[in-house]
Design a binder for this molecule. Structure first.
Ligand code: PAF
Length: 283
């Protein structure tokens, strides 16, 4: 497994592989890898000849009061998981190489970021769009894998690829859960023992919504109020949003007639957690 630290070396490596007609699959991450990331790497590994992983805690996607400075890091463990998952090159850029002095470009999508997390994290998706665009231009992959846990991010990347004509196939990876249902996330590392129990309120909410839908409940306001009560029955929780929306546009739905995305964000103590499920009332 090669470890590549500069933009120029990464571009040279990718150009070389392309010259040899080798295809490249890419998994971008912010590190502190867990089984969710491992599943993205395992999904990407058979899709192309080479598998590139990037680890970069992207400062532009964090708001001023968010957890950029405390974001968990463990590079040794990351490299060992990457090697085991069959990664052929790891790109570990430094901030100055990605955002040199006088960096000016912004990428703004008009509608997808106005929903769900975007309402509460106003700079987040602009930061994601710009870093992913740059990483795509540096790594030049044929395919790239993004997890469904960040469903809104996945939709935004799909739109970005379409709008900016990237010749890259976007592959979606399933949400990976702990045995008790908690969706895996690097931020789970912040949770105390009692918060870890309260973090189950998210996956339990998804299960409750599925149950209510199976019983014929269609009104999202009614389902949402039951979910709110369920979440509040867990200590140290604060609901940020519980949203039923159209899976492509992310627009809110009032009455569930066909497949919907149920997405939610809950603060457990100081930790902001998200989860989601695509729910089809016909099934
Ligand atoms: O999903 C993430 O870890 C990040 O948002 C990404 C896509 C690596 C961009 O920084």
């Amino acid at each position: 497994m090669e470890i590549i630290k500069t933009k120029a070396d990464m571009q040279a490596w990718s150009k070389n592989k392309k010259k040899e007609s080798r295809t490249l699959c890419f998994v971008p991450t912010m590190g502190y890898l867990h089984q969710g990331h491992v599943s993205l790497m395992e999904k990407g590994r058979p899709l192309c000849d080479e598998l590139v992983l990037s680890i970069f805690v992207n400062p532009t996607q964090f708001g001023p009061n968010e957890d950029l400075s405390s974001y968990p890091r463990n590079i040794e463990n990351d490299l060992s998981l990457a090697e085991k998952a069959g990664v052929t090159a790891v790109f570990l850029p430094i901030k100055e190489d990605i955002y040199p002095e006088n960096f000016q470009t912004e990428i703004k999508l008009q509608s997808l970021p106005n929903h769900l997390c975007g309402k509460f994290r106003p700079v987040h998706f602009a930061g994601v769009a710009v870093v992913v665009t740059k990483l795509f231009n540096i790594v030049m992959p044929d395919k790239a894998v993004f997890g469904m846990k960040d469903y809104q991010q996945l939709q935004i990347i799909r739109q970005l690829v379409l709008d900016l004509d990237f010749d890259i196939e976007i592959v979606a990876g399933d949400i990976i859960r702990e045995k008790d249902g908690l969706a895996m996330s690097s931020r789970n590392a912040y949770l105390s023992k009692s918060e870890r129990t309260s973090a189950l309120s998210l996956s339990r909410s998804l299960a409750l919504a599925k149950e209510l839908l199976a019983k014929g409940e269609k009104n999202t306001a009614d389902i949402r109020s039951k979910i709110d009560s369920l979440i509040h029955s867990f200590p140290e929780t604060k609901v940020e949003y519980v949203s039923f929306c159209q899976p492509e546009t992310l627009e809110e739905i009032k009455v569930i007639e066909k497949k919907v995305l149920l997405a939610l964000a809950v603060k457990v103590g100081k930790t902001r957690l998200i989860d989601n499920a695509l729910i089809d009332p016909a099934q």
